[in-house]
Design a protein around this ligand. Structure first.
Ligand SMILES: [Zn+2]
Length: 258
């Protein structure tokens, strides 16, 4: 059973949320999913969904593209909820030019995560160096970190590995153009990578262009097994262990459910 370490329910792309949530609950190949908030409203919704659906955990945060009129104090209060396993997605995105504001939100949210002993999920769109610079100068995650949908770069990978930070592979790794991601997937240590769908976005091959669903995590596992000359079961097992090591509260809830 796989752990989809990064997905979204809260998107307008998925019209029938209830049906979709149930399809995950009933899917015997998915152990659990981390439903990731993008702003206060979607973070609240992620927490609510996790309350009544044992496979769902929540990560809450203010995404760099959605910082307008978002209260960090509210985020702090929400983060106290036991179903919250991480702060994110947070980070920097170069498609908007309000970098100073984005940096301020990123730094404050890392500090919240550190205070509450939570890991962070980083969104970095062509900004790996700037995010790393913020870690070194202002606020470094103390309880773990994953760069979701990692944009491949050897130097950045070295920094992350040296700090025991994780990277996560999404549907892009199945694309023919993903040569650099495949090089990274060959060399990342066994204990430092996760898998995610980032659904409903970035559908893997052969479903490119369609709405992505958590069940498509199998295509990402298959590709990693091929690239790392490993087996499907081994990739599933490794990424499962890695997710539970990084998101320690997943373990707690599982024991509680049993
Ligand atoms: Zn995402």
């Amino acid at each position: 059973m796989a752990i989809d370490s990064h997905m979204h329910i809260n998107s307008i792309v998925l019209e029938d949320k209830k049906k979709y949530i149930n399809s995950i609950n009933n899917n015997s190949s998915i152990e659990s999913v981390i439903n990731v908030g993008l702003n206060i409203a979607s973070s609240k919704e992620a927490i609510n969904i996790s309350k009544s659906n044992p496979k769902f955990f929540s990560s809450i945060g203010i995404h760099p593209l959605y910082i307008e009129s978002q209260e960090l104090k509210t985020l702090y209060d929400l983060a106290l909820n036991p179903s919250v396993v991480a702060i994110g997605e947070i980070g920097l995105d170069n498609t908007k030019s309000n970098f100073e504001e984005q940096k301020r939100y990123l730094i404050k949210q890392i500090l919240i995560a550190n205070e509450l002993k939570l890991p962070v999920i980083i969104h970095s769109n062509n900004c790996n160096k700037l995010v790393i610079d913020i870690f070194e100068k202002y606020a470094k995650p103390k309880y773990g970190c994953v760069f979701h949908c990692f944009q491949p770069n050897l130097e950045d990978l070295k920094y992350l590995v040296d700090n025991d930070f994780y990277i996560s592979f999404a549907g892009r790794i199945t694309y023919k153009t993903a040569k650099k991601s495949i090089e990274i997937a060959k060399i990342v240590p066994n204990n430092l990578f996760l898998i995610e769908t980032d659904s409903p976005y970035i559908s893997p091959e052969p479903l490119r262009g369609e709405i992505n669903e958590s069940s498509n995590i199998k295509y990402i596992i298959n590709k990693l097994a091929e690239v790392r000359q490993s087996s499907y079961e081994e990739i599933e097992k490794i990424t499962n262990e890695n997710a539970k090591r990084l998101f320690t509260k997943i373990k707690l809830k599982k024991y509680a459910v049993i």
